[in-house]
Design a protein around this ligand. Sequence first.
Ligand code: ATP
Ligand code: MG
Ligand code: MG
Length: 543
Amino acid sequence: AENESKNFIEEIIEKDLAGGKEKTVVTRFPPEPNGYLHIGHAKSICLNFGLAEKFGGKCNLRFDDTNPVKEDIEYIEAIKRDIEWLGFHWADEVYGSDYFDFMYECAEKLIEKGLAYVDDLTPEEMREYRGTLTQPGTESPYRSRTPEENMDLFRRMRAGEFPDGAKVLRAKIDMASPNLNMRDPAIYRIVKTPHHRTGDRWVIYPMYDFAHPLEDAYEGVTHSVCTMEFEDHRPLYDWVIEKCECEHVPHQYEFARLNLTNTVMSKRYLKKLVDDGVVSGWDDPRMPTLSGVRRRGYTPAAIRDFCERIGVAKAVSVVDVRLLEHCVREDLNAHAPRVMGVLRPLKLTIENYPDGKTELLTAEDLPGGESTHEVPFSKHLFIEQDDFMEVRPNNKYFRLYVGGEVRLKNAYIIKCERVVKDADGNIEEVVCTYDETTKSGGENSGRKVKGTLHWVERDTAVPAQVRLYDYLFTEQEDGAYAANPNSLTVLKNAVIEPHIRNAEKGGRFQFMRQGYFCIDTEDTTEDKLVFNQIVSLKDSFAK
Ligand code: ATP
Ligand code: MG
Ligand code: MG
């Protein structure tokens, strides 16, 4: 909308363009292919692709694959699928590893200029020498090596002469800097692991803080946005660009990462859930991954709307996950066709309705909408167990009880006459009579009763399995998260009205009075319909 406020990065870009500092906008989304994308990444995707769209620039998809150990081709495919699903299109698909030659040349340039040296300290020693926030660091005894010596050693590192971890190349900056990132950070290390794209061509790999600015420079990125943790890496980012004499000068800007209540968003942690079998996979519908929420039934439009509403700022905060659910619910309320589904069926018989008769009633697909579908009705129905009590508990109870009346949605007013119980005293069946004159849309349809129940006709009912979800994590009193042992409930005996047979895998529906549900794309087969609960009907988000 026109009156929406601009985020601070948009304001910076407007100034840059107006003042002639930049002529165009180039952004990038730079995932490390070491896991599946989650809702937090969606914020970065919407921001980076959104800026490019808004200012007529471009956004690259860049796989930050400079660490050969953790990366996997499976993740690359999944990441591309998720971005496309959100509705974004990247300009170029690029890989950090495409620039290894360029990065290597930059490293040699630093060595020539006396701005980088090969260090033989062990990782533990290096940590000790680095100092602390209150104590300056100590210079490594190898810091005074000549450029010639460093060049020779660095080339031998590249040639594979030294084992993993034996030496690193460090930037020569300032061991007394108040910013720990500037205390001679390592920029190249030895890793003798084959890389998924470059094979065994390289045994030395650039560190993130060296690689990232060079990747940005190489691609002509103008606004490199990242999360707040990198704020005090920015001086190093600028140092690399300056000292490597990059032709194009990109700039880094930081924003607060998305945190959500009841949600853990760290790829490492999510991977552990998958590896430990706590969930069925990266796309388990309870997972905060984009593949998880897609399978759950969340819509791309709802996620984009959510990212728009939370905005972009520098202050770190935790967003209520119910805002996300609110966005999903709003989208589904407008678009998800209504059907009747009974999750925990109870038999209901209308004793004065003719045997063997079936009539077709009319139901709206969306409230107040034009399109409708037919719903069969007969003497034998199912209602929800939760909608019946033998004895009315109080005068605020308007569902069905013996002696009480309700309207069956799109059908008739019925009255409960009695119940049939099994040998253990459990209610097996509810016996009712109906008032033929009260058919919905008919002459006497105006007769009022307080309660309206959904129902499904017995002989045309489609059996289904329905999975209800609670949060995968619950927040403890101390603010920590614990796995929720009750995050999944499987209802095996649900029944849905026969109209559902026309639906496809992934189809989203409102089960009237029950919530929004999606046909599971993985577990649904020809003769087994499986639904995932997308979100409840009730909105508990305080606006
Ligand atoms: P994680 O810690 O979950 O593994 P990451 O930052 O290591 O995340 P990357 O693959 O490096 O994952 O992320 C790609 C981009 O997405 C980065 O620019 C990163 O800043 C951004 N990003 C990751 N998590 C979030 C989040 N929660 N909110 C906003 N942006 C995020
Ligand atoms: Mg990262
Ligand atoms: Mg990470």
